[in-house]
Design a protein around this ligand. Sequence first.
Ligand code: ADP
Length: 248
Amino acid sequence: TSAPKPILYVDGVTVTFDGFRALNDLSLVIAPGEMRAIIGPNGAGKTTMMDVITGKTRPDVGTVAFNGDVDLTKLDEAAIAQLGIGRKFQKPTVFESHTVRDNLQLALAGLRKPFTVLFAKETAKERQRIDELLELTKLTESHGRLAGDLSHGQKQWLEIGMLLAQEPALLLVDEPVAGMTDAETAETAELLVEINKTRSVVVVEHDMTFVKALGVKVTVLHEGSVLAEGPLDQVQANERVIEVYLGR
Ligand code: ADP
């Protein structure tokens, strides 16, 4: 029996900025349906890794493949998003002067043929999906509020909901709980666990309480390569990881 094709396969990726290796022979394999947490000190290459996966930065050398054999290094950002890779940046970008529901509706309408966006009312199917996304992101009661009036945590959830409207097979999430309260952090972990029931997730995060709550395999990046990989308690006990975090 052969192993299932990885949803994401990164092998031997190097990215150089003015001679400096932001990624250095990086390899990472994400199985279909997996959620992976990526940690590592500042400058480890986490953002550059996300940029390479989403086509924002081209690797000097190396393989980045999606769904087994789709070579992402030849595609631009729009094509990669279209293939089913969604990226949540750290700062939420919602339409602040629109309601929560309208934000989700716009995200769904974005999938339609351009000329139907303006004229067609939302379909029953779209309405149902919006209700599901409101429920998932715990925004049902806030559906009529302006997105600009939401708490920081709620804005992050709304943006995640908007990304899910595009039904990505792989969701990349960059430091989702930065600036959140403890309660919001715990709810965000629950949300990602729920999302991971239907799609693969890669999440970069510094907050170890949050990473622990996810309960998934952790990859530690350092100087552009993988330093350690495994359950959180195991990588936290790894001497090289401890050295890197203590800056010795
Ligand atoms: P992390 O997200 O883990 O903090 P980054 O991927 O942002 O790390 O950065 C990795 C290294 O690459 C850092 O030393 C950073 O200064 C450098 N770097 C990132 N982007 C650029 C760029 N566009 N030009 C020059 N250096 C960069």
